[in-house]
Design a protein around this ligand. Structure first.
Ligand code: SAM
Length: 340
């Protein structure tokens, strides 16, 4: 069994663990801030994960890691001692790797330190280059064959090598962006929370560039979405074409959906919440009109799952709420069972 860890959005650790448990040959072994640890028989299924940002083969767990600058020298020494061959052999079963790969390094940490993330990267790069002089360090992860990741929390550093060439959260279909555009891994987590299943129908009344619709269509749901801005539906159509799916897209006002009562299984949406979105009226009255409209079109027993930075405006006492971290803010994912 190979030890692996996934990095996910803060607040979605349990959702990502749930998704990982559903994969064949994967045993979840632990959960902590922004990560899920697991053991797996083969890597291939992990590359299909939708709710995580990335998955790594675990190379080492360094302990203790202090906040002192002297730690930079330790990072260099410890990375010169890393044994990468078994991990690279396992990755080589998924995609060809050159004998002297181009490598990038990503570092991040929680809490205050007397060193910076770029300094950690430089130390790790120096250690790896010492052990593998033929390997080529590249600053831009996009150009790398392999990515080394160091994730430091408290006195522990988890060190891994990414199983996929590019980050999992970066979907190739997403070429058109608009302000407020949703991270695809968060959209996938919202679908999991909505208990979405192939064959169900889903509406996104505030679809923007269509991330939720596309993630749902790729899972085999029948999707319809719309936006007040005609431009949003155009961007959504372009992204959907790249994903080779064809959601029904409309220009509409979410306060008056042109849909019959009890006609869809799920409503999943990233509401306007004033992060980058300018709403031409009071958010409160928009929410007060849009939520009853979602309750109307969703079948009894169906689910409504919403992302918003102003959860207090969602008038649903029975809702379950999960706080996440996104773009430096702490919005909530709200799940409502439509038991009217
Ligand atoms: C947070 S964005 C959605 C982002 C989307 N999930 C994505 O990934 O691109 C909210 C969207 O709601 C739209 N919107 C605002 N008021 C609306 C209304 N009354 N009816 C429909 N859409 C509206 C905005 O134009 C914006 O595209």
């Amino acid at each position: 069994m190979l030890p692996v860890f996934a990095i996910t959005t803060r607040g979605l650790e349990a959702v990502s663990a749930q998704e990982m448990r559903q994969l064949p040959g994967v045993t979840v072994t632990g959960m902590a801030y922004r990560r899920v640890e697991a053991a797996c028989q083969e890597l291939q299924p992990l590359a299909r994960l939708r709710t995580v940002d990335d998955v790594f083969i675990q190379l080492a767990r360094w302990q203790p890691v202090t906040h002192l600058r002297a730690e930079l020298g330790e990072f260099a020494k410890r990375s010169a001692d890393l044994i990468l061959k078994p991990a690279l052999d396992a990755i080589g079963t998924m995609r060809p790797l050159p004998p002297a790969p181009r490598f990038s390094v990503t570092a991040n940490f929680v809490g205050r330190r007397n060193y910076t993330a770029p300094e950690i990267k430089t130390a790790i790069q120096a250690g790896l280059s010492q052990r593998h002089p033929a390997w080529v360090y590249v600053e831009d992860d996009h150009d790398a064959d392999v990515n080394l990741r160091v994730f430091i929390e408290h006195d522990t550093a988890l060190v891994g090598v990414r199983i996929t060439r590019h980050p999992l959260h970066r979907r190739p279909y997403k070429t058109d962006h608009l302000p407020g555009s949703l991270k695809p891994s968060v959209a996938a987590a919202m679908l999991l929370l909505a208990e979405a299943a192939p064959g169900q129908s889903l509406v996104d009344p505030f679809c923007g560039t269509g991330t939720i619709l596309i993630e749902a269509a790729l899972q085999g749901l029948h999707v319809i979405g719309g936006d007040l801005q005609a431009a949003a539906a155009r961007h959504a159509r372009i992204n959907a074409e790249h994903a080779d799916c064809h959601p029904q897209l409309c220009q509409w006002d979410a306060r008056r959906l042109p849909l019959a009562a009890a006609s869809v299984d799920l409503a999943v949406s990233n509401l306007p919440w004033g992060r980058q979105i300018v709403v031409n009226e009071n958010l409160k009255s928009l929410y007060h009109a849009a939520l009853p409209e979602m309750r109307r079109v969703v079948k009894p027993g169906g689910r409504i799952v919403l992302l918003t930075g102003v959860p207090e405006l969602v008038n649903a006492p029975e809702a379950e709420s999960t706080e996440i971290s996104l773009f430096g803010q702490n919005p909530h994912i709200i799940k409502i069972r439509n038991d009217r």
